[in-house]
Design a protein around this ligand. Structure first.
Ligand code: DAH
Length: 344
């Protein structure tokens, strides 16, 4: 009898379980109301008096071992399930981390900055909420000048008759030219990227909010040839195209002024469509800074000359990535934005 109890103690000690059900079955087998211990305790009265002490000790030992085993296994299973719910299944393959992407406007802006950085242009910025002086008057666009009609303006505060104090959303980044010249004396080489605003109807080709990059170069003896060479360098780096033409144009802040076309080619159907069958594409405005503008910004026009240019970032991004509608830039459609993941 004693041997049987000792054997059971050995069984209890070596028992292991992987589920709570197994632990419960074990508990019922040993400690349940019809379990082995109950039977053994009822055998107690049949045991020889001389053996009773040892038998009793062995039974207590078995009981404690069984109770201890149940508690120990339950604890172990509880902590392993709570670990699982905390960490999840540790053997599962890791979740793919979603990579974000830069917005195409930022990509193109950064590319333009890189190209001009290489030839010594710094980056400068100015406010989006601008005053009349920096957006118009200093740029040779005095009040009531008809050229102001070229840019429909969002006014924030229009002060009647109080010359030059209107507050508005800048219509172009040329305003930063003036601010930069007011703060810095030549030599000046700077580009100014930024957001601009015009009160225009929204369509596939026009938006009331868009982005420009302005360029400004002021030094002694700067000529139109310097401007042309810089533009040629830019179009080569940016588009891989090395044929440009400068068409005479008009901007109040430059004299002479020109529009820059690049020869895009006529190789594909898209080339035909975007160049309207000519092979040429207009990409920016430029010119030699008007001496009046230099004077307005406290730079001596008898000593210095310079050139300026301005381009639309959306337009360049549309060309580079064949984007058919300018509104796509502002819709935040993930299917559109995710296509730029591979571009750095
Ligand atoms: N500010 C002009 C526009 O928004 C673009 C421009 C043209 C800028 C000629 C210039 C320039 O600096 O020289 O249409």
């Amino acid at each position: 009898m004693l041997d049987k109890v000792k054997e059971l103690i050995g069984d209890v000690k070596s028992f292991n379980a992987t589920t709570k059900d197994e632990v419960e079955a074990f508990r019922i087998k040993y400690l349940g109301s019809k379990g082995l211990l109950k039977d053994l305790f009822s055998e107690f009265k049949n045991v020889d008096a001389a053996m009773r002490k040892d038998f009793g000790q062995a039974l207590n030992n078995l009981k404690q071992s069984a109770e201890g085993k149940v508690a120990e296994l339950n604890d172990a299973l509880d902590s392993s399930t709570s670990e699982k719910s905390f960490y999840g299944d540790l053997t599962r393959p890791s979740e793919p981390i979603e990579l974000g992407s830069r917005h195409p406007i930022s990509l193109v802006k950064n590319q333009i900055i890189d190209v001009f950085n290489k030839i010594g242009f710094t980056v400068s910025e100015g406010p989006e909420i601008e005053d009349d002086w920096h957006n118009f008057t200093a740029l040779n666009l005095p009040e009531y000048h008809p050229a102001r009609d070229m840019q429909d303006t969002f006014f924030i505060e229009q002060s009647r008759g109080n010359f030059g104090t209107d507050i508005l959303l800048r219509t172009h980044t040329s305003s930063v030219q003036v601010r930069y010249m007011e703060e810095n004396q030549p030599p000046i080489r700077t580009i100014s990227p930024g957001r601009v605003f015009r009160n225009e109807d929204i369509s596939a080709r026009a938006h009331c909010i868009f982005h420009q990059v302005e360029g400004l170069y002021i030094d002694t003896d700067v000529s139109f040839a310097d401007l042309k060479q810089t533009l040629l360098y830019f179009t080569k780096e940016m588009f891989g195209k090395s044929k440009i033409r400068l068409r005479p144009s008009y901007f109040p802040f430059t004299e002479p002024s020109a529009e820059v076309d690049i020869y895009w080619g006529l190789e594909t159907e898209t080339d035909y469509r975007i160049t309207k069958g000519t092979g040429w594409l207009e990409i920016m405005g430029c010119g030699m800074v008007d001496p009046n503008v230099l004077k307005n910004a406290n730079i001596d026009p008898t000593k210095y000359s310079g050139y300026a240019f301005g381009m639309g970032i959306e337009r360049i991004a549309m060309l580079l990535y064949q984007i058919p509608d300018i509104r796509m830039f502002y819709e935040n459609d993930k299917r559109f934005l995710e296509q730029f993941k591979s571009v750095l």
